[in-house]
Ligand binder design. Structure first.
Ligand code: BES
Ligand code: ZN
Length: 457
């Protein structure tokens, strides 16, 4: 049986096994989920063994473990690919907005709904199933393949760079393959060559040392919620320009050539607005929406709290208020430098009567990957074979912090070949994966390895 026949025959089983993977609530940021996150690593380990990988093992880190496996059948002269993915997922809240429980995967039509369905368990699983199909039908892989699946991507991969340093030899490769980005749209395969970075900060504003009756003190004591709101409103102008001193100093401008390429991509602004039910897109008007999402930095409050938010009214002047604020970065900004500028600016604009504590939660570097590598050439041919058209070359606004470290530590370029759709509700309630995209991804990945074997090393 050919590997393509094998993939066709095993579709139903592949979906059943994906469901088992999606059932495990591996929410990396929540310590209460640590045992399940561990169980998820064990699931991945067992799956790597089942499909026929060698040297399969769990590597401990300071928090969530990394799972490794490899097949080096192709020998020293052949390409070596390192596939990277993550088994951890984002928190599920707000839980009440889910139609089905997030860890009880539910198939409706062509979509499977569950937390992690697309980000990134569905994509990791399709990769493993491509390896399975090749191994079970051919007994070996066309190129050497190493696999690392980590459990901390959604919290900024704090322990993965030390892992790469420590196991540099074991992980040495010519190409890194990542499936953690979406396709440009349904039926539009994509290779992504750029990701934004991230700088994630927390603010805590303290006014009086305890909550006060707002009648007795309102008018003389600064209210931390009001002060925090003023701080947030001064971070970004209405024109989308970020007001932090020095913020744009190391922003690499988008070259005219690239702007031309991006302008060629089909982008139905009206349809996107209608889908989100927003009347208008905001932001820097000198840049197109795709440029604003992919190649320009931005700043967003991700959460805000303080005072009384229960039902009814309570006249209170609270002691504290807080917010989480993240900034998406572009080359050549670095999270460390931006965190310093952010803190200095916040201190400068903090009104009298309150104190502010600024904490750097985590960050990741932006990345731009080459589009002329052997991996990209092989991926282009594989995607064309499966989808019947040339892939779109895209950038993305999201972040995969470790991509930069692959280049720095392993000196290998990354191919970002993803199979989810832009409407898959990643990080949001009712996350889903388009099942035909899953199966296309299995085929395209198996073909990718075949095509890579034809490329000179
Ligand atoms: N799969 C995403 C990255 C992504 C999102 C790529 C959207 C392309 C488009 C990844 O799992 C993710 O969510 N990363 C985090 C990283 C952060 C926590 C450091 C992100 O972008 O918020
Ligand atoms: Zn994610």
């Amino acid at each position: 049986m050919s590997f393509l026949e094998y993939i066709k025959e095993n579709k139903a089983r592949y979906e059943d096994e994906l469901i088992s993977f999606l059932r495990i609530p591996s929410v990396s940021t929540e310590p209460s989920h640590d045992p399940e996150t561990r169980r998820c690593a064990e699931f991945v380990r067992d799956e790597l063994s089942r499909i026929g990988m060698d040297n399969v093992a769990i590597y401990e880190t300071a928090r969530h473990p990394v799972v490794f496996g490899q097949r080096l059948d192709a020998g020293e002269g052949a390409h070596t690919v390192l596939f990277y993915g993550h088994y951890d997922v984002q928190p599920v809240d707000p839980l009440n907005l889910w139609t089905n429980p997030p860890f009880e995967p539910t198939i409706v039509g062509d979509q499977i709904y569950a937390r992690g369905a697309s980000d990134d368990k569905g994509q990791v699983f399709l990769q493993l199933k491509a390896l399975e199909a090749l191994l079970k039908t051919e007994g070996k892989l066309p190129v050497n393949v190493k696999v690392i699946i980590e459990g901390e991507e959604e919290i900024g991969s704090p322990n993965l760079e030390p892992f790469l340093e420590k196991y540099r030899e074991m992980l040495s490769c010519d190409t890194v393959l990542v499936s953690d980005t979406p396709m440009y749209d349904y039926g539009m395969p994509s290779l992504c060559y750029g990701l934004r970075g991230l700088c994630y900060m927390e603010l805590e504003v303290t006014g009086p040392n305890r909550d006060l009756h707002s009648g007795s003190y309102g008018g003389v004591v600064e209210n931390p919620i009001n002060a925090l709101s003023r701080i947030i409103s001064k971070l970004k102008g209405e024109d989308g320009h970020i007001l932090i001193d020095g913020f744009y100093d190391s922003v690499r401008s988008v070259e005219p050539e690239e702007r031309k390429e991006l302008a060629r991509l089909p982008f139905d602004e009206a349809a996107r607005k209608a889908d989100l039910e927003v009347g208008t897109f905001t932001g820097e008007q000198d840049y197109s929406p795709l440029e604003r999402i992919w190649a320009r930095p931005t700043l967003d409050a991700n959460g805000i709290w303080g005072g009384f938010a229960g039902s009814g009214a309570k006249t209170v002047l609270p002691s504290k208020a807080g917010a989480k604020v993240s900034m998406r970065l572009v080359p050549d900004q670095t999270p460390g430098e931006i965190a310093k500028l952010f803190e200095a600016y916040v201190k400068k604009i903090t009104p009298p009567g309150v104190i502010v504590k600024v904490t750097d939660l985590h960050g990741g570097l932006p990345a731009v990957t080459p589009i002329d590598s052997a991996g990209v050439r092989a991926a282009r041919r594989a995607l064309k074979e499966v989808f019947g058209r040339e892939p779109f070359l895209t950038r993305e606004g999201g972040s995969i912090p470790i991509v930069n470290s692959f280049l720095k530590i392993l000196e290998a370029p990354t191919v970002l070949m993803g199979f989810t759709m832009p409407d898959q509700n990643a990080h949001s309630p009712n996350e889903k994966m388009y099942l035909p995209g899953f199966h296309d991804g299995v085929r395209a990945t198996a073909l990718f390895y075949k095509e890579l074997a034809k490329e000179a090393k």
